[in-house]
Structure formats: structure tokens, C-alpha cells
Design a protein around this ligand. Sequence first.
Ligand SMILES: [Ca+2]
Length: 286
Amino acid sequence: MRSAFPPFVALVALVAFAADCDRGGGPVAPQGPWPNEPPDFATLSDYGFDDAFAVGTAVPLSDGWFIDNPDSNVTEVDDPDAPLSPPKVGRWRYPIGFTGGHGPAAMYRSLDGPRREMYFGYRWRASLPWQGHPAGVNEISFVLAQDNILVLQMNGPPGGPFHLIVTTEFTTSNGHLANSWGDDPGARQLGGNVNGGNYVVTAGQWYDIEVYFKMSTTSTSRDGVVQWWVNGTQVGYYTNVNFDAANPFTEFQFSPTWGGIGGSKTEEDYFWYDHVRLSMPEPLPR
Ligand SMILES: [Ca+2]
């Protein structure tokens, strides 16, 4: 069957080229699953959630991942609508009575060394309905360092609408960033500064989230970069961010924290993740 593939691919490419010409543009490169990944980056992890998520702490998974799943809130389930690597997805469960300030479970991977620059992307969705936290904070993923935490979250009042924003939980001053709010210095919410920012995400729908960041030269040099895209639309393109330059990043984590202090789930809610990609400049340790 393999021999039948190349002509099909060539036909698709020809059709794509013709369609683009109709819009008056030039030929475009084929769009892979991670269209905004820097082409010269090396893949650290490409993981499809094809593991049984056992109950326990620091349980090893495949591809270098681990999970703290003491309450069995994460399970592997089938979702034929998973957008990239169906049917297996990881399901994070928020049972009725779940209180704010923590996540149902934490899945994490070492970055295999200190990282000042990286790309990550994943496919994620929230359940419909989704009961948002009273503080407006529903966190999705983290990249961790001492004094630097880069957070993706769905942000908004408990009933929505929700925006897909980035939080720079750094010790530095970032009050100068456009369409940002929060502490200065300290944790700063970035609503996005291109294409109108403030990208609305709807519970129940899958999203393709991509992020690129590069730390600033010093903690006050205002030359750090934070970019993100949702379903291919660029939302944030900040080039004047202050990171804590003394502390590069060492770990990526899905520990989707609900809130915020206080609050209690009155409905059972879920997050699902289908696939995650982590990459960074060469060389990677072997
Ligand atoms: Ca998958």
C-alpha cells in the first residue's frame, strides 16, 4: 500500500498550490501539525497520551513523562474526535466537591537540562459545560523554573466567556506589556497583543495551542519573547518581556489547577489532552 501514497501526496500539494494561487498568493509550505514550531528545533518529546495512567505518585510513562495521580483523576479514554492522534487521550477529572487551588493530577517531563528557549504545543479541550473558578483562573499547562513559571490558562468569569491567555509568574517587572494586568513586579496576565488578542475559547471544542518563548538577556533588559497561537491564529507576540534571567526552565507540566483560592465544583468537569510536543534548539543531550 505504501507505493500508492506519493502520487496522492503530490495531488494534494498541487490542489493546495492552485487554491493558494486563486487567492493571489504564492505557494505555501505544507501545514504540519505544529505549523509554528521553529524548523531548526529538535524534538524533545512527541507524546500521544497512549499510556494507561496508573494510580500512584511519580509513575513513569512513556517518552520520559511521569504522573502524580494519587486519586485516579487521570484516565486514558478513547475519543474518536481527538484532532491529532486519536483515539487515545488523557482525561483529567474534576469531581463534584473538588476545591480550588490545585489540579486533579500532575503529569510532567524534565526538559533534560536548563532551557532558555523552547517551543511547545498541544491539543486540549474543556468539558461542556465548564464551571469556571470564581477567581477567573483555569490553568492548563506550566513550564517551570525557580522564580519563573510560564502558564497557559482559560481566563474569565465562571460562566464564561473564556480567553486563552498566558501568565508570566516571574519575579520581574512586566507592567509595560500591552494588554496585560496583574502584579508588577510579579505574576502578570497577558491577554495577547496581535489580531486583537483576547482569543475566546469555547468549552467542548478542541484547540491547537502553540507557544514559543525565549528568555530575556537580563531580568530588566526587556528583550524576552513570548508568542502563542490558537488554532493557527497568532494571539501574542511580545518581544519586550522580562524573565528572571538567572533561572532557566527545567520542567514542563500538565497540572491543570482550578483557581485561585476557595470555590468548589458543583458539577463534574473534565480537561482532555490528545497530544503534546516539546522542542528546542540543538543540541539536546543524549
Ligand atoms: Ca492521542
